[in-house]
Design a binder for this molecule. Sequence first.
Ligand code: AHR
Length: 611
Amino acid sequence: VTLSVSTAGGNASSPLLYGYMFEDINYSGDGGIHGQVLKDNGFQAGTAATLNAYAAVGGTTLSIDTANPLTTAITRTLKVANPSANSGTVGFANKGYNGVPVIAGTYTTSFWVKGTYSGNVAVSLAASNGTIYNTVTIKVQSTSKQFTEFGATLPVTYSSTALDNVWQVTYDAALATDSSLNFALPQLFPATFKGRSNGLRADVVNFLGDIGGTFLRWPGGNNLEGNTIATRWAWNETIGPVQNRPGHLGTWTYYNTDALGLLEYLYWTQDMGIKNVMAVWAGHALNGDVVTGAALDPYVDDILNELEFILGDTSTQYGALRASYGQVEPFTIDFIEIGNEENLAGGCASYASRFTQIYNAIHAAYPDITIIASTTDTACLPSTLPAGVWTDIHYYLQPNQFVKLFNEWDNWSRDWPIFVGEYASTSDNSGAKTYWSDLIGSCSEAVYMIGLERNSDIVKMASFAPLLEHFDLAQWSPDLFGLDSSAGSLTGSTSYYVQKLFASNKGSTIKAVTSDSAFGPVYWVASATDAGTYYVKLANYGTTTQSVTVKVPGASFGSASLILLSGNPTTSNYPHSVSITPTTTSVSGSASAGYTVSLPQYAVAVLVLKK
Ligand code: AHR
């Protein structure tokens, strides 16, 4: 295949094209990117099973106590009975999300306690066999009248690949004069991103940021909608001190603590320097219940309150509330999506009216925010969309189906902006579900993304989904990357590396390419920066090696390199077994004679040509 890239003209490419989609699924929030690593720390789910995350230490017994609530939101606490002899070292352990990560660095930890105690309490990270990695001693003076909070930093000097490490609290039973002590809302954070309190895990955010994406779509997904109206994602339940957040039953089978709440999402995007694509609840839950007309008005008001909380100054009611939580400066929101997949689950028939009602209210108050409808299905949309509205489309497909969609947007109206808010190859070409991405699926995504980038004058944004899973706690796979509780477990799937290749190597203008061959099995797109760097993205969706020569007549370059993702097409990356990652090699040649590269089967690559 010989390609000739034009230096003249070209279409402006969306600067936001590649971004991220996040919702709490697969324990990607609690147990994933959120820094707090102790499971069921507030017993919010309210089931006896939440005690499974705990273990007694010493001769004591544990029970969930509803008679000693911490707050009206955290109504259950942990009763640790004193042994009958009232002596010995006792306490409890929390086993985290299938283990507590023990990774060298500085942790912060805290807990609330009620009951009479005066003395030292040891907080440790320990192996399941009792070996202590690191301990901090906290002087505790507590009474039976109220809960008192204690905290400390815990320097950890060791990293462990075990999957069953615990966090534990121990104390001298002889110094506890009541028959029991109650502990509430224990918390443990490894280093957080930008050192935020109640922040995100720094290692996870850094791994995400390595991709080079430009926006975050949040908080869902289905998890925005709720299985029922009552269990929708309600912003005002996710703010303020964590002891005032009741949590809620998410749509993905588990309880969300909502410690990852509205402000934490906003700090996430602010600290990463990326745009918000915030989705708002649109009067429809997954069980098919819808709220329309006048009954929707209070929910529309609620959206305006949420926006005032985010964008209002301190003279406003909700802006002042935000300031009271320590954030005086308003945030920035550039994009709001109305609902999620409102074409599905009984939402279509009423979406046009719900969309219009919500759109009118937001647009009147915030005319500069770009509003996104959550479907491209014209049967569900108003007959005429207001000018400037974008529409979202989602695809979970087999590899061949993605490749067939390569030219989906070539003839799309140039007045109709598109957001591909979720996409992933989720099964092989026989329809068998893929557990974790392999190169065949990831290469097909790359072919589709080449189609997106070729049309990135109207395809404004795209985000792979879901983003993250805690291995062994997942409801949905494949995901872009994953982790477990062992040190060094952050694992990029082959699709992660495709996203990284594409997001980190893109110019601002899409350049015309002429070729001696039709598309398939090799696909390509070329772009250039204002400074004259050219990126030629290539995917070989075929079983034989392809030789590709790229010429850029009239240009000259000082360096040429190929970033190549290739390997066994059906191998996947797993924790501590990552074999498919990109390699970079320099390529000889010239702009006029061409640069020739070899693309193995199902390889994805970017040729980078620099002045
Ligand atoms: O990404 C998983 C789910 O797929 C999302 O929650 C939903 O929007 C889609 O159906």
